[in-house]
Design a protein around this ligand. Structure first.
Ligand code: BTN
Length: 245
């Protein structure tokens, strides 16, 4: 069992940055508000004060190398899906599926409920520190940022969720995912757009394809409508989601 030290802060610029500067051992930092929350790439992460789960987890995986680091993405994504499944039970039967939009956005139907930003500090081939930043939309019901398709647990279930309880559910699910020998299959089974043909865009060209799975190094495999498979790295492929231009 990973014994995390949990620190709550009212406000910080970014929990990922806070943990990189102040973290030691196995540690979790949770904030009520971030003044400069980081999203993927150059994006920012907006979240109403006190409404959502904003956390970062510091781990020092002994067996994971730079080459195998995609396993962390798989573990965290599956743990988040299982947490959401647990917290929205029994309503999940009537809700759209909870899935992973490759590599690690968590979706309910065609809407994003959670974003993940993993920042690894390497030492040679080893991962010295791994900071896993998670922004999970919990009790917020209005989104003012230009994020295209956000949704929260409250919007889906109509009720408030206790953020502390949710954090503990997630840490339990994270432990289970670490021990799960079938994690790659569970990740694959949860992939968004794995059944049916959907629009994608690569190199300025749109085409119809389905998600087949991922490689060990984290590339996405799509199969187009002619049955031809192709591998893509992050940023090489865009999912065209209903309502996008
Ligand atoms: C994404 O763009 O999808 C990733 C968003 C990650 C946001 C979380 S909120 C907690 C942690 N601290 C940050 O500054 N970012 C991550």
């Amino acid at each position: 069992m990973i014994d995390f030290k949990i620190v709550h802060v009212d406000e910080t610029d970014s929990t990922n940055r806070w943990l990189k500067e102040n973290g030691e051992g196995e540690m979790v930092v949770v904030a009520d508000f971030q003044t400069a929350g980081k999203g993927c790439g150059t994006n920012t992460w907006e979240s109403e004060r006190g409404k959502n789960l904003l956390l970062s987890v510091l781990i020092h995986p002994q067996k994971v190398t730079a080459r195998t680091q995609f396993i962390i993405t798989q573990i965290v994504s599956v743990a988040l899906c299982n947490t959401l499944q647990q917290v929205m039970e029994p309503l999940t039967a009537t809700l759209p599926p909870i899935s992973i939009k490759w590599p690690n956005d968590i979706y309910v139907g065609d809407k994003k409920i959670c974003g993940v930003l993993i920042e690894n500090r390497l030492e040679g081939h080893r991962i010295k520190d791994c900071v896993i930043g998670i922004g999970l939309d919990v009790n917020q019901t209005e989104f003012k940022s230009d994020a295209p398709n956000p949704v929260s647990i409250k919007q889906l279930t109509g009720r408030d969720t206790d953020r502390d309880e949710l954090l503990h559910l997630f840490l339990n699910q994270l432990q289970l995912a670490v021990e799960n020998k079938g994690i790659h299959q569970d990740y694959k089974n949860r992939l968004y757009r794995r059944k049916g043909l959907y629009p994608f865009e690569a190199n300025g060209t749109r085409f119809m394809a389905t998600v087949v799975g991922t490689t060990d190094d984290g590339r996405l495999m799509l199969q187009n409508d002619e049955g031809i498979a192709h591998l893509y790295r992050f940023k090489e492929i865009t999912f065209i989601i209903h309502g996008d231009a």
